[in-house]
Design a protein around this ligand. Structure first.
Ligand code: F6R
Length: 240
């Protein structure tokens, strides 16, 4: 793993954006694996600005997102579909038809999991961006998830529901289930870029990089991938 320690959140966002920009510059047909959450917002701002300056174009880029809540329609402000449009897709020159998220608002969730896994089979991520849960989760693969998992439905842990409740009016509104890429789908990416910021991520960052490779810390599996770049700020790196 290549570990880059940035001074603060803004520098983390800039350095991580450079990794994505390089991938897009080298391959205009790149497949970007994208994440939601608070951490990537600054990175997405950097990509928007690079696109506005015509430094990069997303015209032929395709995207696959990690996950989505179950039960929220795409139009819900807390859905990940909405988040991606609001924080990135609506502000760059991407063809929205080239963007993909798993859908959590369907009757047959098993069929949706199979559809998304099949799609990922046809679209290997040139780079997969990951945020990191404070309990070491990647996407919504919570501690204990099998390393050979593909797209599946998860019951979110209390810890994750609590972490995510800051974005909702009330904790009771946070969905309790999500549909997520599995760990095997993530590990299939050619390159993986992990970003983390803040002291509350320090233990997870430590476990991901220096801990044993165990299913109780899903991010530790990344030690088995041959091309991982970790960009963290000083606070998130404070236990390394
Ligand atoms: C988001 C995702 C999650 C987040 C993680 C960190 O698509 O899959 O694993 O990356 O929960 O979230 P933030 O960035 O909000 O701390």
């Amino acid at each position: 793993m290549k570990v880059i320690i940035a001074e603060n959140y803004d520098e983390m966002s800039k350095k991580a954006a450079e990794v994505i920009k390089d991938v897009v510059k080298n391959d205009e047909n790149a497949v970007l694996g994208l994440a939601t959450g608070t951490t990537p917002i600054g990175l997405y701002k950097e990509l928007i600005s690079a696109c506005a300056k015509k430094e990069i174009s997303f015209k032929n880029v395709k995207t696959v997102n990690l996950d989505e809540y179950v039960g929220l329609p795409k139009t819900h402000v807390q859905s990940y579909d909405y988040f991606m449009k609001d924080n990135l897709f609506n502000h760059i020159d991407i063809d929205i038809a080239n963007t993909n998220l798993p859908c959590g608002d369907v009757k047959d969730l098993d069929a949706e999991c199979a559809r998304y896994t099949a799609l990922l089979g046809k679209m290997q991520q040139s780079v997969q961006l990951l945020g990191l849960g404070s309990n070491g989760h990647i996407a919504f693969n919570e501690p204990g998830t099998a390393f050979d998992s593909t797209t599946h439905i998860v019951n979110l842990t209390e810890n994750t529901i609590k972490d995510n409740s800051r974005l909702f009016d009330d904790i009771s509104e946070v969905p309790t289930k999500a549909i997520t890429m599995g760990i095997k789908n993530i590990m299939n990416a050619k390159k993986i870029l992990v970003i983390a910021s803040g002291k509350n991520k320090a233990q997870a960052v430590y476990n991901m990089i220096k801990g044993p490779v165990v299913e109780s810390c899903p991010a530790s599996v990344l030690q088995n991938h041959k091309d991982v770049v970790v960009v963290v700020d000083k606070d998130a790196a404070s236990m390394l």
